[in-house]
Design a protein around this ligand. Structure first.
Ligand code: SF4
Length: 546
């Protein structure tokens, strides 16, 4: 087999940027699977150039002049950037491959712009691809393993790619680690709800932690597990065996149900500094917050007590909510969240607008059948810039009025001050202030307020929201053009648009097509059965929640 020049690009941002926060933190958002692919490609004897694209790099200069193959890993919000990059590298003769959450959620669309689109990716999928990576145009091939890989290269094997990425983070450096895949919970909107829970090798984890203690005086590790601590005792035993208590700072996403007081004591002892549980709704998903059938104000009180207890052990907590779920109706869900902000002043509330990411979750088929999915360009699908499911129980103006009211309440100076006062450690205190006054707090209030104004004044935009028109409002086109900057010129024609019901169509086509008659790759994408899989392991199509 000929030695290939391979470029691997991990897109942690959706556009070129010069923002200070991006400079400080983007490199810490690196995904694990692009690093894994890089390891596997080298093991197959190829020459790899790996880049974590944080928005500051000139890729044309950093990659070899004429790469044979370019892998790109992207979340959906970076899809337009990835399409533009693919077009650029194809113009230089490269064959392009997309993996990651976007490839998994929207394979039919991605196949229009990439030669290969990856579902679940294991080493045999990569081997197969490397054996014959001939161009596939106009429609790319969809390649997928049946399930997630049983093992992955650990930090030591990936270090060659982790180290240069961390060099881009000037102050705080966070190493991504993974102890498990999938989740035993079944939150209907979440991509991991359909991936069986599977722990990875604890021996690899222990060796990696020991390795990191040699590299940093006090390492910081972010667990990319969709739901950390499902096998709590096994994890803690492994951490305690490998690292002296408190010698490593950890960050993890974990459901509230796993954060009982005895667990919190052990987490504290082992250096856990930040935890991100999902509450989602006051009327649903009680199993993961351990509130059972309790709803409404009773659930608010119980969750607030639980969160306040967590804060006695873990210095930083972000509680996640999904706004606009079908169970929500009227003012109450929003008012209850405000009460929670009052009762648990130290928690940083993370709000996500309900979003259906293509074929991430079976529930999305219901939205598509009901014609409720709006094809906002992927660029806006980051859980807050666009809600791509028409709310069931709210008009758009009513919904945005309530979202704005809640966001203003949460990031009022009074709430910011109370949050500051409720925390003990200096960095978490100030982290919350910075988040509130930057894009997550004040920035969102401004964005939502502008959008709410346009719902009243921009007829074209309102018709698009109401599904009366499919013409993309100029507001969105202008924003993508501005954000992509020099990459805009490479965005292929039509790449701002996608079929919002592609998942549904692919299911119908799969049911109607005798599989033995047609190879998946030879069908036009709209007729192909969909596939699942991810190049990037952090849960791709859920809010940052567990
Ligand atoms: S949202 Fe969290 S708890 Fe629910 S299925 Fe996804 S990873 Fe699991």
């Amino acid at each position: 087999m000929r030695k290939l020049r391979i470029g691997i690009i991990d897109l942690v941002t959706k556009a070129p940027t010069r923002a200070l926060y991006a400079r400080l933190m983007n490199a810490n958002m690196a995904s694990i699977m692009p690093q894994v692919i890089a390891v596997w490609c080298e093991e197959e004897g190829h020459e790899v150039t790996f880049i974590c694209y944080t928005g500051f790099e000139d890729l044309a200069k950093m990659l070899p002049e004429n790469p044979d193959l370019v892998f790109i890993g992207a979340f959906s919000q970076a899809a337009q950037l990835s399409y533009a990059m693919s077009n650029f590298f194809r113009s230089r003769g490269a064959v392009t491959v997309l993996g990651g959450p976007h490839a998994r959620c929207y394979p039919q669309d991605a196949q229009k712009y990439f030669d290969y689109v990856l579902g679940f990716t294991d080493k045999s999928v990569i081997r197969e691809l490397l054996r014959d990576c001939s161009p596939q145009r106009p429609y790319g091939l969809h390649l997928a393993a049946e399930r997630q890989p049983a093992t992955l290269p650990g930090v030591q094997e990936r270090w060659k790619f982790i180290e240069p990425t961390l060099r881009k983070a000037p102050t705080i450096k966070i190493v991504p680690m993974l102890g498990s895949l999938g989740c035993p919970y079944t939150c209907s909107f979440c991509i991991d709800s359909v991936v069986p829970y599977q722990p990875l090798d604890f021996e690899v984890m222990k060796a990696d932690l020991r390795f990191l203690l040699q590299k940093f005086p006090r390492p910081r590790v972010a667990w990319h597990d969709p739901n950390f601590g499902v096998r709590f005792d096994d994890y803690m035993d492994a951490i305690e065996e490998a690292a002296p208590p408190g010698s490593i700072d950890f960050i993890a996403e974990s459901s509230l149900s796993l954060l009982a007081e005895p667990h919190l004591k052990r987490l504290k002892r082992n250096g856990f500094k930040a935890i991100l549980p999902g509450i989602e709704s006051w009327y649903d998903l009680g199993n993961k917050s351990k509130t059972g059938k309790m709803t409404g104000m009773d659930k608010v009180q119980q969750v607030a007590d639980h969160v306040n207890m967590i804060l006695r052990y873990i210095p930083y907590i972000q509680t996640n909510f999904v706004l606009g779920l079908d169970v929500d109706e009227g003012p109450e869900p929003f008012e209850l969240t405000k009460r929670f902000v009052d009762l648990a002043p130290g928690a940083f509330p993370g709000y996500s607008l309900l979003s259906a990411f293509g074929q991430a979750a079976p529930l999305n088929l219901e939205y598509q059948r009901a014609d409720r999915v709006i094809p906002f360009p992927f660029h806006f699908l980051n859980n807050n810039q666009a809600m791509n499911v028409k709310p069931k129980n709210y008009s758009w103006p009513d919904f945005y009025d309530r979202v704005i009211d809640l966001t203003r309440y949460t990031f009022s100076w009074r709430a910011i001050y109370r949050r500051y006062r409720a925390m003990e450690e200096t960095i978490p205190k100030w982290m919350n202030v910075v988040r509130a006054v930057s894009s997550e707090g004040f920035g969102r209030i401004a964005y939502f307020t502008n959008l709410r104004r346009l719902l009243d004044t921009d007829r074209q935009l309102r018709s698009y929201f109401e599904r009366e028109s499919t013409e993309l409002p100029q507001f969105y086109i202008d924003r993508v053009r501005k954000d992509l900057g020099p990459m805009w010129q490479w965005l292929p024609e039509g790449a701002l648009h996608h079929d919002p019901n592609a998942y549904l169509h692919s299911q119908k086509a799969a049911a109607a097509t005798p599989v033995s008659l047609v190879a998946a790759g030879s069908m036009p994408p709209e007729a192909r059965p969909g596939g699942n899989g991810a190049l990037q392991t952090p849960a791709p199509a859920r809010p940052i929640v567990t």
